[in-house]
Structures are given as C-alpha cells and as structure tokens.
Design a protein. Structure first.
Length: 75
C-alpha cells in the first residue's frame, strides 16, 4: 500500500470541480472534487493543507482519497 502524502492546495476551482495540490518537495498533482473525502459540498481552498494518495491515471498523476488536515493539527 502506498504512503499517504501531505501537500498544500495550490488552487481549486469550485465551479469546475478541480484544481492542483503542491506536494511537499515534489511536483504538483491534479485533484478532482470526487477525490475529496468530506461530508456535504466537497471543496478545497487555496492554502488548505491536505493528506492524500497519488495514483497514475491516463492524464498523469492524480490525488485520491484527499482529506483536509484540521488547522489545529497543522503545527
């Protein structure tokens, strides 16, 4: 099983439902709203810290099983 990674949301377009996450020390990775694990409306905001897995898809690397790291757990 792959290790979960931590990164920061670079940008996320709520209307289009996708964006990019800057991985700590690595290339950015695409994120689709369907990969966000949360209740209600699934969205991310620029600067959010997230934990996720990375999978190789047809169009490149994509973040999956994305969870928001609560502010109180960010250090």
């Amino acid at each position: 099983m792959a290790d979960r990674e931590i990164g920061t949301v670079k940008w996320f377009d709520r209307k289009k439902g996708y964006g990019f996450i800057t991985r700590d020390g690595q290339d950015d990775v695409f994120v689709h709203y369907s990969a966000i694990q949360s209740e209600g409306f699934k969205k991310l905001q620029e600067g959010d810290r997230v934990e996720f897995l990375v999978e190789e898809r047809d169009k490149g690397l994509q973040a999956v099983n994305v969870t928001l790291i609560p502010a109180e757990d960010q250090g």
